[in-house]
Every structure is written in C-alpha cells, then in structure tokens.
Design a protein around this ligand. Sequence first.
Ligand code: ADP
Ligand code: MG
Length: 989
Amino acid sequence: MANEPTPLMKQYAELKEQAGDALLFFRMGDFYELFGDDAVEAARILEITLTSRDKNKPDPLPMAGVPHHSAGNYVQKLLNAGKKVAICEQFEEAAAGKPGKTLVRRAIVRLLTPAIQFDGESSETSYLATALPETPGDPQSAWALGCLDIATGDFRFAQLSHLDELSAWASDLPIRHWVELQGLAPSGLAATLQAAGQGLGRPVLCENLPSNYLGQAASEDKLKAQFGLASLDAFVPEGVTRRALGVLLTYALRSQSSALGAAETSNPALSVPSAPKLQHLRLPEPLRRSRSMVLGPRTAQHLDLFPDLFQLISRTRSALGTRTLKRLLMEPLRDPQDITHRQEGIQELALKAARAESLGKLLGQLYDLERISGRLTTGQANPRDTWALGASLGTLPELGRILDSAESPLLQELRERLLRGAEVLGSLSRRILDTQNEEAPLLAREGGIFKKGTNSELDRLIDLSTEGSKFLVELETRERERTGIPSLKVRYNRVFGYYIEVTQAHLKNVPADYQRKQTTVGAERFFTEELKKFEDEIVTAEDRRKRLEQSLFSDLLEEAQRHTLQVMDVARALGELDSWLSLSRLTEMPGWVFPRIDDSLDVEILGGRHPVVDSVSRGKFVPNDLKLGQKSRLSLLITGPNMGGKSTVMRQVALIVLLGQCGAPVPARSARWGAFSSIYTRIGAHDAIARGQSTFMVEMSELAHILHRADERSLVILDEIGRGTSTYDGISVAWSTLEWICKKLRCRTLFATHYHELTHLSEELPRLGNAHMAVAAPAQTNETQLRFLYQLREGAANESFGIQVAQLAGLPRGVIDRAWKVLARLESDQRTPGAATAEPLVLGSGPGEQLDEVLPLFASASSQRGLTRRADDAESVGSIASTAPTLPSIRSALSRLFDSDPSLAGSADLSGDLFSSQDHKASAGAGAAHSPEARAATETESRAPAASRGLPVEPPLWASELARAEISNMTPLQAMNFLAQLQEKARSS
Ligand code: ADP
Ligand code: MG
C-alpha cells in the first residue's frame, strides 16, 4: 500500500516517459517541480534546495522546485549547462480549498535544448546539427552536414569529402546540440564536439536517435512541405544531405507543442501554441557560400577573430547588427567587384557623418526582429514581442527617408529593401502600434494588452472597470454622508473582494443593511447588496475582458505570423545596415585606410599593423611592409628568434586581408592586393589534448586540410610547421610542404620557421623569398641581452638566438652557461666528428680558471661565458645533443663570440623595409650602407644566399679572413686563439 503511486505521480511518470532524457519541469500551481534524478541534477546545477516528497516513507522521492514566474532564468541555466528541458504545463486550476485532491490536466508544451530556445537574448548562433554518411559503413565515405539555428531560422548544409573534413568543419561551427542516427554516426565526432564545447565553456548536448528516426523519402517530403516546394532540386543537393536536413527539421518540429500531445488541451483561457510550422526557417543554404571567402576550419580561432578582433571593431547598435557583423567576419567577400561595391557603401556612410548619426540612433531603438519572428512562428510570441515588432517596423519609413540621398548602389539597394518592407509590413506595424499598449504585459492571459478604441466590446468592458472605480469613490462619499462616519472606507482585497471598513469607534453608527464580512484588529468589514452586485459585475467584466483580449491577441499574432518571411528579410537588411555602419566607424581610427583590391596576384601592404596588438601597445607597435607579387615572389619564408614577431606579422597580414575583403578599412598606411578566395592558417601549438589528439596530430590534420584545399587564390599562413616532432621529421615535413606550396599550389604564402636549414630553398624553389624579424644585441654588456626590433627585413636570419631568448625568459644562469657550452660542442661535433670524445666541455668549478692559464688572449671571452675544459662528462653532452632542437651553423656561433663588436651590435633603426628583391637592391644601392648599422645589416645578410642578395658592399678585412679560415680543421683551442686575434682586428678596424 505504501508504494502504491498516487494519481499525481502516475501522471508524472507518464509525462516523464514522454520527456525522455529531458529534465521535466512539472507545473504544480505556482511552481515547476522536478522529481527523482531530475531533481538531483537540477538542484546541483541550479544551486537550489533539494527536498523530498513524502519524507516519512522509507525511500522518499527527491524533489526540487522553482517558482513559475522566474522559471526562465533557471531553464536558461540548465540549457547553458548543455541540458535538455521539457516544460509541462497545467491546464486547469486545482479545485479551490482542496489542492491535490483532484488531478488537473497537464501536458508537455515545449522541449528546449541548448540549440532550441527562443527567449535567449544572446546574439550568438546556436546550431542544432547532424551528419550522415553518403555510404554507410565505408570509412572513406563522404558526409553531409546539416545545421539549424532555430532562433533565427538559419538553415545550412555542407557536403564534405571525408570524415576528417567533417570533423574540421563541425568543430568550427557554433554547434550546441548534436544529434546522431544510431549506426550512422561519424565516429568520435560527438566526443570531439563535447570536449571542444567544454573547453569553450559552452557544453554541447549530444543525443542519439534511432536509426529509423526519419528515412530518405520522408525527409524529402518534410522539406517540401515545410517550404511549399514541389521539388528540392534548386536548393538542396540530392541524396543524404536532404535526409540530414529532414532530420533536423523534424526534430525541431517535434520539440514544439502539438507534437508533444498538448494540442488537444482545450482550455481557451490558457494559450496553447497551435501546431507549429516554424515559418521563419529560411530555405537551406550551403554553409560555404560561393560569394564569400572560405576560411580554414580553425582560421577564426588562429586569428582570434572572437572575441579579440570583434571587440575591437564592433560598434553595432542592435542585436541584429551584432549578429550580422559576426557573420560578416566569418564570410568575407571574394569577388573584387563585390568588395568594391561594399566598400563604396561603407565609405559613403563614413563620409556622411550626420546621416550616419541619425541612422545609428534609429538602429539603436530596434528590437531583435530575428528572434521575435522565431518566437512568432512557434506561437510563443508574447504581447511585448508584438509591441517590439510594431515599434521596430515603425522605424522603416524613416530609415528609408534618411537613405533617400544615398549615392552608392549598396545603400540604394538597401533603401529599396527597407521601403519595400515598410510597404508590405506598414499595416501590421500600424495595427500593433495603434492598438497595443506600450507597457504590454508579458502574458497574453493577463489582459491590459490593448488600448481603448481597438474593439467596441473591449471598450465597454474597459469602461466598466474605469467607471467601476468612479462608482467606488462615489459610494464611499455617499456612505460617509449617510452614516456620518468620516473614516469609512470602501476597499478591495484579493481574498475577500470588495468591502466597507468601519473602525471600532464608529461601529455603533453602522446602518442595519450592512452585512458583516470580516473582523480585523480595530475594525469590522461589511458589504451591502449594492456593493455585492457591483462586485459580481466587475469581476465578470474583468474575466470577459481578459478572454476577449486574448482572442484579439491571437488574431494579431496570426496576421504577424503570415508576414514572418518579410519580417525576416527586413531583419536581415537592418542587421546589414547596422554592421556596415559599424565598419564605417573604423575610419575614425588613426591610420586605418580602405585597401584597393583588384584581380592581380600581388600584395603590397605598407605600414601594416596587427589591429589588436597595435591597439593595446600604446603607440609602440612597429609597422611592417609586405610585398608579394607574381613577378618577384609569391611566398615568403620568415625566420628570426622566438618572440621576434613572426606569428604577429603573419596574423596581421591575414587580418588585414580579412577585414579588407569584408569591405572595411584596415590598419595600414596603404594597402593593395589581388583578391583572395580563401585564407588557410595553421598557427601556434594549438593544444587539443582534450580532444584526444596529440599536438602534432592536430598540426598535421590541419596542414592536410590546407594542402588539399588551397589554390592559386588562397592566402596560406603556416607557422612553425613540424615543430611538434623530432628535428629531422619536422624539417622534412616543413621542407616538402614548402616545395608543394611553391611548385604545385603557387599560392601566396607566409611560412615562419625556426629551421634555418630551409632558408637555402629560396635558391631552388620558384618565387620563394627569405625574410627575417630583426633583432639587436647591444654591445659591451656583460649579459648577452637581445632586443627585438619587430621589423620584417629582407633575407634569412643569421641565427636563432635561442639561448639569448632563454636567458631573457629568466632561465637560471647555470643552465644558460651550460647551454652555450653544449651548443659550442654540438657545433664543433658537426664540423669535426672526432672532437667529441677528445675534448669534452663541462661545467667548471670556477668560471674560466683553467682556460685562462692556457689562453690569456681568450680570457675575457671565456670568463664571460664560464667556458672551461675538462676531460670527462662526454655522455651528458651527447644526451642533450640528441634532444637539441636544431644545429645552427658554426658561423652563428662565431658571430656570437663577436657580439662585443660595436659594428655588429647596431641596435639603431635599419632601413630594412621588406620590398621585393629588386626594390631592395635599389634601396641598398642608394647609399644606405655607410652607417655602422648598415654594415651590421650587411654582415647579417651576407650570410644569406649570395644569389638573392647581390649587395654592392665590400665585407671588412677581418671578415674575409674569417670566411677563408678552415675552422673545422682546427682544434678548439686553435680556433679560439684565432678568433680572439680576429676580434682584436675587428675592434680596431
Ligand atoms: P614569434 O612568433 O616570432 O615567436 P610573436 O609574433 O609571438 O613572435 O611575438 C612576440 C611578442 O612580440 C608579441 O606578443 C608582441 O607583444 C610583440 N610584438 C610582435 N610584433 C610586434 C610589433 N610589430 N611591434 C611591437 N611588438 C610586437
Ligand atoms: Mg610564433
């Protein structure tokens, strides 16, 4: 008997079965209650109290509840945590006086998931997504990917040639809810998405559906019915893509009320959404649209588009604009004409400041029309939504008027769209604004939605209540006179209704026709026949008014629903206007210009800056030039020390290209390039351990994607390819990649590397140039302190400065000293293999003491470095050698010994703008080579392949001596003596 479930719990169990794995919000009076595991989980996430039902029973049922009026926030929190929530409403009031005794009707009205929600105010896209294989079971199968953003109606698909590509695409999309058909799932992808979502703090809900959830034919029918099409051919490619989209559509429809069994509930007082159609869904479009540029799967992430760049450039006034601007950044244009077209419009907005100001003001008053139309079509729009719709649409004519004098085709087209919208939607907007109160209630059933004059019956009911209050005032005055009680009051409260209140002191004057209603402290409350009659009338009038308003509101909703598509179109136009206006304001930033974009394969960016790094560096950012071209070179191999600015300069080029092709101004003194159709990037050691892939694996998958896809019109940015593996593997992969790019892809490429061995490739590969990030090592200091100049200069870097950078980073002195010795050893090993065992170098007990005796000439240099000699410890050197990242040439070690030479240590500004090699020759020839700094530059550059240099500067004498010397045939001591002598010469020269 004790375990016999109550009727209520039986009802709960049935509904919970319907809700499946969703947390069931079970409406009971003013609360939504959760039971069992749902309660435990919700209590944990929401941090609300977990109680239990029937505490006296042996196994009490866990229970947690939230008040219905604030349920929205709680639901949102659960969705943000990646949960699914089913909302169960109650369709009758519990019988008064004996709650719980009669079972009221309940039904699930809505299923919400992280991707299926309408109330969220966020401007982020949240996709419900799925993928299906072209040939099930085949690991080489192609895949169809479908995505649906139900809040805005954005419906997209992509066809991908293999699983890797699918993974790359899917992990780059804002997917919040991933569904898979049993047996047809892309293996591992759900876990990848979940891990990635976790990493970004936006958990992804992954859900399994039965394999027969929806078949191919049914999918096609569903899509046709949704969009009223006889054939899908013009919109969605044949085959499994249609099924993927059909599954998403079906899921979305089923998550709405009617499919969940609430349609038959018939209480007119409670608005139950009618069968949803999701009319706001747009016809499916390919995820990669042909008019826009392709961004590599991780490019947005590599370039820190969100939030860094976005925050810097966003000046939007509306949620629509914010969302559009995000979309814009992800879809730059590729056609020079399209770009110029947009540029002209944005330029015009920038020039006509007063007009832009008034446009901005109006846009600032817009409500989120995309989301409102989302709620409209699912029948969840409330009176505030419709009012917001009316008010937003009301701005159209004026926006159109402000654009009357627009000259650019872009703005003229936009004006047409807005005016067309104003024409079609004008009557809807007027109807709303004329009839609805501005302070509309959130719930349609509360009444008070409509103004007087909307409907004559409503007017009569409104009058009744206003006259009602007049009547009450009159009654009070009248009764005061009649009874002579000055403090007599006529009042109302929710429990007892209307009453006349008389204080104790005056009770003796109460007339006989007063009937007692209630006694309070110090007063009695009465009613009269007259008051009773009034009460009956007024209360039913209120009820009738609410019911009437609700039905008037349904009519209004219906009309609005019929216009959903036009509203969506207007919303898109307004979003675009706002985003362009936002971009136009970038012209106010000092040193931003509109680039010129043409059909060539050239790039000429002068004084380019990284928008984000520049903005935070308070004027300290060093601008850089970049020139690429079909006639000179298309690819640039960039060397230079760690922290030298390689990654920054490459990102900056990509960001300038991306902004420019959005039609925006860019941070540069001047810029011109031939349009790119895609940007592919592979930057930094992007750690994906959370996704179960090693760093190197991630790097190689991303590289694979790029090398398969890039073409002549791509911008390819590769940063330190091969870093994640052993030196020889890494260098080989980097080497062959560079060959592939230069010989096969022939795309404009920036390739940063710490493998100096690659710099000679410029002699062999077509249109490959060398450049480096310049550094200065100040002279005459005890520390070998390095200073970064952040200048991109012609030619390869002469060394990697790894140990100096390690020192800058604060490695213990002992480690640094030791590293120098290991390096010297490695270098001499490279030259004279036998030397390793003969004269190992070890950490001395006192710096330099032994060497100093033998080699007075070398004393100063050795004590600086703590270089000593001892005949043991060869092994540890060997083991370090095998993990050393690279083997710099002996020449670089020598130059380090000369770092006290002032002519080598110039830190002043060098005239090293990065021009094509011809330009460079010209500038070097123009007398720039006479300063000590220029000599230093020459010194550096003379190490680069002579063919690409050809600089007309004679090396100093000591240098030619050095160049001739056979150092590899000397013993280390001979070599040091030789060097010390040379240093003397260098100092006195
Ligand atoms: P690398 O890739 O060569 O290791 P980064 O590009 O990561 O070097 O740059 C290291 C740091 O140097 C950046 O974080 C930035 O603060 C600074 N930096 C880079 N380029 C510039 C520049 N042009 N002007 C000023 N600072 C720069
Ligand atoms: Mg870097």
